[in-house]
Structures are given as structure tokens and as C-alpha cells.
Design a binder for this molecule. Sequence first.
Ligand SMILES: *[C@@H]1O[C@H](CO)[C@@H](O)[C@H](O)[C@H]1NC(C)=O
Ligand SMILES: [Zn+2]
Length: 430
Amino acid sequence: MPLLRRRRLLAAAVVFLLAAVAHQSDAFTELETAQIGRFQDYLRIHTAHPSPDYAGAAAFLLPYAASLGLHTTTLHFTPCKSKPLLLLTWPGTDPSLPSVLLNSHLDSVPAEPEHWLHPPFAAHHDTGGGRIYARGAQDDKCLPIQYLEAIRGLRDAGFAPARTLHISLVPDEEISGADGFEKFARSEEFRELNVGFMLDEGQASVNDEFRVFYGDRLVWRLIVKATGAPGHGSRMFDGAAVENLMDCVETIAGFRDAQFGLVKAGLRGPGEVVSVNPGFVMNMQPSEAEVGFDFRLPPTEDVEHIIRRIKEEWAPAHKNLIHELMIKGPMQDVAGRPIVTPTNASNPWWSVFEQAIISAGGKLAKPEILSSTTDSRFIRQLGIPALGFSPMTNTPILLHDHNEFLEDKVFLRGIKVYEHIIRALSSFKG
Ligand SMILES: *[C@@H]1O[C@H](CO)[C@@H](O)[C@H](O)[C@H]1NC(C)=O
Ligand SMILES: [Zn+2]
């Protein structure tokens, strides 16, 4: 390359770099830049399964919370103490009022770096588009940073909450929560918090309306076993086990198509239908065959009706089919009601939340049932209202996906949204 051309290129590069730096400092205040930095620091801690660095996350979050004047407690629900549950507390001026709990899980699902544009634990900040790429950027490591930064903003503005505000950071949500929120929700420590309302993770929204979730689907596993006439594989005969099983698979497939059709036609949300997916055919012999199904049901579904269909239509005994139904978790709350949080006037927290979103300049989409499950189900089972909410608008839904990212401006706006939410919830006197 001729020297002159090289110099010109170099000069152009310097101008470009200066412009990029100027653009960045233009766009963000010193505080905002620091907030993005803290988000990146948290994302860089390897909290993905199968060996989440919970100690690293605790070593980052506890001093951070303490620096904001919050009280910190670490609880353990496993004998080896390798799965800490962190509690951060901002005491209210009226401790007689039930508290507000903001939840977030510490763990993430694994990432396959070969499918990513940037390493999944580098938290690369694409200064052009503003995207921060990392496993956990959406699910759900944005949340504790936004909670804490919102508290910083409120504290600096001289705000004092009436209700005590707790933040829980729990292990193992991605692997059932059995050693995390499930044990926590049953503990004496939890009872003592006297929680009146909880916010937990939600999901990104592809438009400019915030999504909010008032229920999680129920998880069932159905195993159907067929028996039939024994016979050699080379001979065709009626009533073989596999043939009986195929009938079952076909009728369930028909039900699945009908449910899926409702979603495709836009008549129901994906969380508002029964989903069913065939799992593995576990064992196939001429005289015995077995298949498993993964069922997800809206908590408001008529479950007795589904159980009847399984017995009478899908796996009837007269077709030499027997079935085993495994129901994970209760189907009703402690008061015998469906496990949902009302989003109407019967739940005063709902209007406080809704008003806070409006005061933050946001719009709420129609409340939804989440297709999958979150830790909220353990709280709703106790009859305590809980909503799933992650303030991410105009963002593709990338949880558990390759190239999970959150845009810097969306992340920062979330902090402001939580300032409104925390102010409203912790001031609510009803
Ligand atoms: C509010 O919603 C709950 C549950 O979704 C429902 O059972 C109840 O009838 C509704 N109440 C009112 C006042 O609309
Ligand atoms: Zn999550």
C-alpha cells in the first residue's frame, strides 16, 4: 500500500474512533455508563449450568447491595451449602405492612460458544447497535442490576419506602428450583418476610408494549404402555402392541393439532392452550411398547376433563393400553383455586402495578399465561399474588437461544421503569 494512502486510512480510522467515543459519551451519562459496566461485570460471571459459579455471583452481588445500604443475608437449603440464596433488604418505614419481593434467579442455561457471534461470557458491547451479547442478558441477569440501580436512583432522590422491599437471588431455577425457590417458599425464613406481593422474571416483547404474566402452565408427563399379541417381526398380524400404541399417538396428535390450530389462528396465546409433545418411545417389542408425552396445561384448564379423555379416548383399557400420569407440583393453590394471580379489581396490587407502568410512560400488553414455568408458581401456590415481568420492549425473544442480547438503551430504560414500580409498590398502603 502506498504510504500516502496508508496515512489517509490511518487518519480516517482515528477520526472514526474519536467519533465513536464522542458518540458514546454523548449518548450516556457517567452513571449510565457505570450501570452498563456493572451489567457486563455480572454477565461475565459464569453462572451457566452444569456448574454455575454461585460463589462468584454472591461475591459480586453482596458487596454491591451493601454499598447501596441494603441489608444482606445468605440462606442455604442444601447441606453442602453450595447453592446460596441471597436476600437483599431495604427496610420500610412501616414494618407492619406486608413486604414486596423482587425475585431473580442466579443460574442460566448453558451456551454453545461455536454458535455465537461473540463469546457468551464476554458481555461484548456492540457500540454501533448498542447490543450487549451474553448468556443471561435477557434471562435473567438484567433484573438484579436493574433492581439495584433503581434503588440507587430512588435512594439518591431521598425516597424512603413504607413497605420493606426484599430482593431474592435464587439458585437452580433452570433445573426445577427444587433446591432453590421451592425450599425457600416452604421455609420459616420466607414466612418471616411476610411477603404481600412478588415480581419475577417475564419475557421480552417484540413490540413497544410490556408483557406481563399472571400464571405458569402446569407440567404433566404421561406414559402410555401398550401390550399386544406376541409375534415374530416378519409376520403381520392384528392387535400388536405397536399398532395399539399408534392409535393412541394418532388421537393425541389430533388433539395437539386442534390446540395448536387455536394458537396459529390467533384465537389463543401460546400459554393458553394445552401443549402436548411426544417424547421418546422407550421400549418396543412385539408384545410391549411404550411412549411418553410432555403435557403443559394452562392453570385454568379443566384438568378433570383432560384426565377423562386420557382414560376413555387416548389410552383406553379396551385397546390394551395402560397409562401413568405424573403431575409435577400442585394443580391448585392453598385455597383450592387455580394457580393464577388475578389481573382485575379483585387484586389491588394489579392496579398499583398497572399505574406504575403508565407513570413510567409505558404500555402493558394483555396479561398472559407463560408457556413455560418460573419460580412464581411456588409463590402463587401459597396464595400470594405474583406477576412475571421483564422490562424489555422491541427486543427479540432470545432466552435460551444463541446470541442472546439486550440493547443498552432497553436495559437502561428498565432501570427507570423499576424506579416507578418500586416507588409505587413500596408506597402502597392498602
Ligand atoms: C378476577 O379474576 C379472577 C381470576 O382470574 C376471577 O376468578 C374473578 O372472578 C375476577 N373478579 C372480578 C371482580 O372480575
Ligand atoms: Zn429465567
